[in-house]
Design a protein around this ligand. Structure first.
Ligand code: ADP
Ligand code: MG
Length: 338
């Protein structure tokens, strides 16, 4: 029924961050080199993501917002070698159940014509209309959670904090996505579009960091380049020893000892280039800096490259929670290397 679909959708799209994450990942999956994210009143009014990616094929208009429709997974075996962010086909369908969604999309051979798609709450295609538009896709989400009043009130109450979290997430995508131009804008009341931050299509993460955090932050950074290797007992079997190899790359702020000089307290973590929160890892970094009498938490941009068997991303539908296996030895090894 409709209400069951809405409750399930509320578990995929839990907050403002999930909306932005799903839309930006769809743009990256579509091979975009330019992504613009626009908010009205911090996302309460509108969340809109425009990209210059492949666009949606006309043969998929009917399907894109249907539950479990995905164009990204053809066989079950694909799951283990997945290169795209999406594969569940739940994002657009959930967004339709929770808010007012429309999409304008064009593939290369359609431009300068595009098609505007409107959907019913069920995700069924309601209306198509030919409009002007360049290659790419613009997904617009209005009145988030308007169909779940309690959740809507909660969002309104916490909007400033939610918006802050969203900017942190967008910083992470913008930093890691070399070769992709990001632009984030927010309009409040009658003000013009205010550019919150923007990156160029830079070839390096360093330049992305400079665009977002400024040249001063960049000057304070040193390269992070660690090879972690540790043994642990294989799950269940005591006698077998497995070796886990992890490469950590990125940038951290130079340790500045004692009081006085400030380093920005900003920490971006990735597993295999996917943004994710890693509170235990953050704690390990902070403890090492503290043990050297550095009072400020370091700036960290750290990408942990590891075998996909070393962690689990699919523990939650929003895929934001990453469960690291053997985090104990991993943290010990990280602290030692640092
Ligand atoms: P998933 O990403 O898991 O496949 P979604 O619900 O996020 O599921 O999207 C459904 C489908 O809509 C995608 O598989 C893709 O075919 C299409 N799609 C969504 N957003 C875009 C986009 N920005 N550009 C091109 N295609 C898109
Ligand atoms: Mg998706």
């Amino acid at each position: 029924s409709r209400s069951v679909h809405q409750i399930q959708s509320g578990q995929v799209i839990v907050d403002l961050c999930s909306v932005v994450k799903e839309l930006v990942e769809n743009s990256l999956d579509a091979g975009a080199t330019s992504i613009e994210v626009r908010f009205k009143t911090h996302g309460l009014g509108l969340i809109e993501v425009q990209d210059n990616g492949t666009g949606i094929s006309p043969t998929n208009y009917e399907n894109v917002a249907l539950k479990h429709y995905t164009s990204k997974l053809s066989t079950y075996e694909d799951l283990s070698s997945l290169q795209t962010f999406g594969f569940r086909g739940e994002a657009l369908s959930s967004l339709c159940a929770l808010s007012d969604v429309h999409i304008v999309t064009a593939q290369a051979d359609q431009a300068p014509k595009a098609v505007r798609l409107e959907f019913e709450v069920s995700g069924k295609l309601k209306k198509t209309q030919v409009v002007a538009g360049q290659r790419g896709t613009t997904a617009s989400v209005e009145n988030l959670f308007c169909k779940l009043p309690v959740r809507r009130r909660e969002l309104e109450r916490n909007i400033k904090r939610e918006y802050g979290k969203v900017l942190g997430l967008l910083h992470a995508y913008a930093c890691i996505s070399t070769g992709v131009r990001f632009s984030v804008k927010n309009t409040v009341a009658k003000t013009k579009n205010v550019v919150v931050f923007a990156t160029k299509a830079n070839p390096t993460t360093k330049e992305n960091i400079a665009n977002i955090y400024g040249a001063k932050t960049l000057l304070a950074l040193i390269a992070l380049d660690l090879d972690l290797e540790f043994e642990h007992s294989a799950t269940g079997k005591r006698r077998d020893q497995d070796v886990t190899k992890i490469h950590v790359s990125g940038h951290i702020s130079r340790p500045v000892f004692g009081e006085g000089r400030q380093t920005p307290d900003r920490q971006l973590f990735f597993v295999n280039s996917r943004p994710c929160g890693l509170p235990q890892i953050s704690k390990a970094f902070n403890e090492v800096y503290k043990s050297f009498n550095v009072t400020q938490s370091p700036f960290i941009f750290a990408d942990f490259q590891m075998d996909t068997s070393a962690y689990d991303v699919n523990v939650s539908p929003d895929k934001r929670t990453v469960l690291l296996h053997n985090s104990g030895p991993l943290i010990e090894s990280l602290k030692l290397s640092l």
